[in-house]
Every structure is written in structure tokens, then in C-alpha cells.
Design a protein around this ligand. Structure first.
Ligand SMILES: [Zn+2]
Length: 157
């Protein structure tokens, strides 16, 4: 289990985003996040490393509360842990718009791990995910570290 979720404000291209970091569980308190959201909330989810089943429930309560308050939710750079939930649970995003996700890659040759951003804002159909990428560390092929055919499956719903 990673450390408890914390958040901070970041600026990306002039837009204020709230960057979440750590694990989402039954101990995660989303109230302060609902309070900082004015009419919309742009979350950076790149550093959410884990969500347990109680955390999923807290998250869904959170997105439902935003919807009831009429606040828009944007989800940027969703980590693989978040993408897994998007694919498993149809109401995980609520009315949230998934703007981009991170695709995980692993290098067998040197154990290097990295993620590649996949931009989803304004797209008509799901973009292709590259199955391999050259490893910046050793030059061998890094392999996509999930299921290439279903990683963006949530887009079809
Ligand atoms: Zn490598």
C-alpha cells in the first residue's frame, strides 16, 4: 500500500490543475477538493498509484458530488491504476471528461519503466497505442505493459 493521497496545485499551459498523489482508499477525504473546485476541477492523475475497493467507493461519491453541485470535472494524465478502474467500472468517471491517459511501457533488457501520454481531448475514435517504443535508456524495444486492445476500452462506452 502506497502513501495516503495528497494534492497540490500545479499550472499546465496556464491552466490550474490539482495534482493528486499517492493511494486512494477509505481514508481519502475528498471534501477539501470539492471545496477548491470553483465551477470546474481539472485533475492531474499521473501520480495516483493505487486505488483499493473502498477508495473506488469514495471516488465515485466524489464524482457524484461534483455532478450534483454542477461542477465540471476534467481528468488529465490518468495513471494506469486510474485507467484500470475506468475500464472496470462504468460510472467511475461520472460526468468527468478524460482528457489524456498514461500508457505504461517496460524494458525487459534494462528494467526501465516509463509512461507515454495519450491525448484524448477532442478525438473522434480511440487512438492507436504503440506496442513497442525504443527504450531511451538502452535502445532496445520497450513493450506496452498492459493489454493494447483493451487499454482504451472505456472510450467505447
Ligand atoms: Zn532499456
Amino acid at each position: 500500500m502506497g502513501h495516503q493521497m495528497s494534492w497540490k496545485r500545479i499550472l499546465v499551459d496556464g491552466q490550474e490543475r490539482i495534482q493528486l498523489e499517492g493511494s486512494i482508499s477509505e481514508h481519502t477525504d475528498f471534501r477539501s477538493l470539492i471545496e477548491v473546485a470553483s465551477d470546474s476541477l481539472a485533475l492531474d492523475l499521473a501520480h495516483v498509484d493505487q486505488i483499493n475497493s473502498c477508495g473506488v467507493r469514495e471516488w465515485i461519491n466524489f464524482v457524484n458530488a461534483l455532478r450534483e453541485l454542477g461542477k465540471n470535472l476534467e481528468m488529465h494524465r490518468c495513471s494506469p491504476a486510474i485507467v484500470r478502474q475506468l475500464n472496470m467500472i462504468s460510472n467511475f468517471r461520472g460526468d468527468g471528461k478524460v482528457q489524456s491517459v498514461l500508457a505504461p511501457y517496460f524494458c525487459d533488457a534494462c528494467d526501465n519503466e516509463m509512461t507515454q501520454i495519450v491525448d484524448l481531448a477532442g478525438i473522434e475514435s480511440p487512438p492507436e497505442i504503440a506496442e513497442t517504443l525504443p527504450c531511451p535508456n538502452c535502445g532496445e524495444d520497450m513493450e506496452f505493459d498492459d493489454l493494447v486492445d483493451s487499454y482504451l476500452g472505456f472510450l467505447g462506452r
